[in-house]
Design a protein around this ligand. Structure first.
Ligand code: ATP
Ligand code: MN
Ligand code: MN
Length: 301
């Protein structure tokens, strides 16, 4: 209740209505979920999702013909978008490109109209793209790793971070794994963030090589959890909390309180309905403090 009413002036401004074409088109065939229902979901979670994506360079996964058909990952602004703005940023090759930036509900709904299903922000803001305000440890279980083991690993990462004086936040990805997210304030240079994330992952792997994998290989290793620290680099993205996933069952990425970890059954435990019900029923946003904590990595410079 508290977070929903604490909207910014932008969110309160009357949003231009985006007309939704093909509202009856089926997007999740296994659940008979239509484009209208996807739009209704995103309207429902908009204030919460916007806290995660507003003002950040954003990639989307678009599925024009629904899940199970061709979907594509889009980083750049394209013709036809009128509400969604862009920020011109230097890419790795040194060439400039126009990155998508959403500021408000109208922009979000315009991307939904363009069949965006998943939202993947940078860990940085469009006006400060060279500094990260989030470190993300993406725990990717290889074949044969039980979810209980993924949970144990996430708790271990949390404890190690705590020992370094860093508070972290838990996310069920809506997929196979979990994310452990460390907010940074003030934001830190990507170089430092990358160095920290890589060092942390490599130390984990060295401490228990049978359990952890910290090297980026094309394939996940059976029985091991890949600590994907590569989410931490300029231009890298990770799925936003409250994003739908273009996967069977219409699962969502969901922010959790650490005390909820014990009861969690899977990374994709929350579908559209469960996610909306969770927001309605809860007393407090489990990530309420994420933007107010002040912690940074300058000690690791
Ligand atoms: P899971 O829990 O199943 O691992 P996840 O969201 O963590 O879910 P990953 O495969 O571990 O999925 O992470 C892939 C990340 O890489 C995505 O979150 C996305 O932001 C980023 N990414 C970069 N390029 C692409 C691409 N072409 N297609 C999909 N994801 C991409
Ligand atoms: Mn992952
Ligand atoms: Mn990954």
């Amino acid at each position: 209740k508290k977070t929903a009413s604490k909207s910014t002036a932008r969110e309160r401004a009357p949003a231009p209505e985006v007309r939704l074409s093909s509202p009856t088109k089926i997007i999740f065939p296994d659940r008979n979920i239509t484009k209208q229902q996807v739009a209704d979901y995103y309207k429902g979670v908009a204030p919460h999702l916007l806290r995660e994506i507003a003002g950040r360079p954003l990639s989307v996964i678009r599925c024009p013909d629904g899940v199970g058909k061709a979907c594509f990952f889009q980083k750049h602004h394209t013709a036809g978008l009128e509400i969604v703005r862009f920020v011109r940023l230097k890419e790795e090759a040194g060439i400039n490109a126009n990155y998508l930036v959403v500021d408000d509900v109208a922009g979000l709904m315009e991307l939904v109209q363009f069949n965006a299903l998943e939202f993947h922000p940078w860990g940085a803001h469009a006006d400060d793209p060279d500094c990260a305000d989030r470190v993300i440890f993406d725990l990717d279980p290889g074949p044969g790793v039980a979810f209980a083991e993924v949970k144990r690993s996430a708790a271990h990462v949390r404890d190690l971070l705590q020992q370094l004086g860093l508070q972290s936040f838990l996310r069920a990805t809506g997929g196979k794994g979990l994310h452990v997210v460390v907010p940074l304030k003030p934001a830190n240079d990507w170089k430092l963030v990358k160095k920290f994330a890589k060092g942390f992952a490599e130390a984990l792997a060295a401490s228990d090589p049978d359990r952890w994998l910290a090297t980026a290989t094309l394939k996940l290793r059976p029985g091991k959890i890949f600590v994907d620290y590569l989410r931490n680099g300029r231009g890298a993205t990770a799925v936003a909390s409250y994003s739908l996933r273009a996967r069977a069952g219409a699962p969502c990425a969901v922010p959790l309180a650490w005390r909820e970890l014990a009861a969690l059954k899977r990374g994709d435990a929350f579908d559209v309905d469960a996610t909306l019900a969770r927001i309605k029923g809860r007393r407090k946003d489990p990530w309420a403090d994420i933007d107010t904590l002040r912690q940074d990595l300058s000690a690791w410079g």
